[in-house]
Design a protein around this ligand. Structure first.
Ligand SMILES: [Zn+2]
Length: 462
């Protein structure tokens, strides 16, 4: 997500201290200009800023080896979140299992068969390739540049029996793996930019044998290809593929009165990739909404609408958990007032909405109430279907998010650099405070500020 340029540190510190003083105090301190926000807002913000358990919870969730869906780490993380929710006093804490195809990898080894052979260090396998034979798969490599669909078509004659090399571009790697397979290639090798570590991602939608790997930038290899060589590569992958039944974690603060049937959802994906600790993506979002849940429960005010918190699994493997959830809860979607998805929140900057312009005035007034946080007055008009808001969005439900500043740690996204230390904890905890206020107002505003739109046409391209 795009974020605004950071203000000077002194200025930001001063604003933050002012914000904490003004908003933490249950009564407005003389001289502080904090209009609009009522006592409950100040209580929620104070609870997060003074008694946050965000960093401690993130420390637990940021596990070496990450929380890849279906693995023991992911299960432990789900149990940890559920236990915390019960301890915090949330209601209806439960698991909702769903079916998907899980995958882990024990070893990824890519060897350039020169004399002597050279192992390409740091290579990363794309998800859902099944294990290669013990001797790996050996083939010549052919270079298709950026790897556009046109380049695949133009180079088709060269592909049978070979690996395809492409650069790492925005084109989905799964598409390229599919085009390679359809033209008889035996696998895909994606080369990273010179200044970036290999980025993990999805390969096959269902388990398949053609390996897909991402390698570091390699001048020697490029030189050989430029000189017309077709260097031979051996790719060895030791993986597990199995049908699994992971759990989404769900909890509620039940509403009161006639609006209790309406639902405000605050969600984040709890799963991660396995290359590091899955701290920023999305241990940070998971710990933020856990902190929001804690503060709202602690405040003890029963909202008008029901607030539902969801930690999804399977997000990294193409949103499996949220898609399953939306299918299972199809008959409730009319009653979902809004879905607030939290994926790598960072330090809060601005609200963004996916299509539902009718909610903008509501969000603008909240941004003004939260003036101490320097949120942009402008509401982002966002698009994209790369996180768990998407299955709801496609069903016409109002989906929104809070965009933020991630700091230098963003370089670790989907790489071996996504560790606890890469998360700006002091900035990110503020997102929990802002979200507590947002969710509370969405749940309490007398007039529903959103309406459900007709579902989008099914996307046949996928
Ligand atoms: Zn994510």
């Amino acid at each position: 997500m795009k974020s605004s340029a950071p203000a000077s540190i002194t200025f930001r510190l001063r604003r933050l201290i002012t914000a904490s003083l003004c908003l933490c105090a249950p009564v407005v301190i003389a001289g502080c200009q904090q209009p609009h926000g009522d006592a409950l807002d100040r209580l929620l913000i104070g609870e997060v800023m003074m008694h946050s358990e965000f960093a401690a919870n993130l420390r637990t969730l940021a596990m070496p080896g990450g929380r890849l869906t279906g693995t023991p780490n992911a299960e432990l993380a789900g149990q940890f979140v559920a236990d915390k929710l019960r301890a915090y006093g949330l209601q209806n804490v439960h698991f909702e299992p769903f079916e998907m195809s899980c995958w882990t990898v024990r070893e990824t080894r890519v060897t350039l068969l020169t004399d002597p052979p050279r192992v390409l260090e740091g290579a990363v396998a794309l998800a859902r390739t099944i294990a290669t034979p013990p001797e790996g798969v050996t083939a010549e490599l052919t270079d298709l540049g950026e790897g556009t669909e046109e380049q695949f078509a133009a180079g088709a004659a060269e592909l049978p029996g070979r690996f395809v090399l492409t650069r790492d571009t925005h084109q989905h790697r799964g598409d390229r793996l599919r085009w390679a397979r359809e033209r008889g290639a035996v696998g895909l090798v994606v080369m990273s930019d010179p200044n970036h570590e290999p980025v993990i991602g999805n390969g096959h939608r269902t388990p398949r044998p053609e390996p897909g790997v991402v390698i570091r930038h390699d001048e020697d290899l490029l030189e050989r290809l430029k000189n017309g060589e077709h260097p031979r590569l051996n790719i060895y992958l030791d993986t597990d593929n199995w049908d699994c039944r992971p759990n989404n974690v769900v909890a509620e603060l039940p509403g009161r009165g006639p609006l209790a049937r309406e639902i405000v959802i605050l969600c984040a994906h709890l799963d991660s990739w396995h290359l590091a600790e899955g701290a920023m993506d999305n241990g940070s979002g998971s710990a933020v909404i856990l902190e929001t849940a804690r503060a709202l429960a602690r405040a003890g005010e029963q909202p008008r609408r029901t607030i539902r918190f969801i930690w999804f699994m399977g997000e990294e493997q193409m949103l499996e958990g949220s898609e399953a959830y939306v299918r299972a809860h199809a008959d409730e979607l009319d009653r979902v007032v809004a879905v607030v998805n939290v994926d790598m929140p960072g330090s809060p900057r601005r609200f963004g909405v996916f299509g539902h312009h009718e909610i903008e005035p509501f969000l603008r007034s909240l941004s003004a109430n939260l003036a101490g946080y320097e949120l942009d007055a402008e509401i982002g008009a966002w698009s994209g279907d790369g996180s768990d808001h998407a299955p709801f969005m496609k069903q016409g439900v109002c989906t929104l998010s809070l965009g933020g500043e991630l700091g230098p740690g963003v370089k670790g996204y989907h790489t071996a650099g996504d560790t606890y230390d890469s998360v700006d904890r002091r900035g990110t905890v503020q997102s929990a405070a802002v979200l507590a206020v947002v969710v509370r107002h969405l749940a309490d505003v007398p007039e529903r500020p959103t309406r459900r739109l007709p579902p989008a046409e099914p996307d046949n391209a996928k």
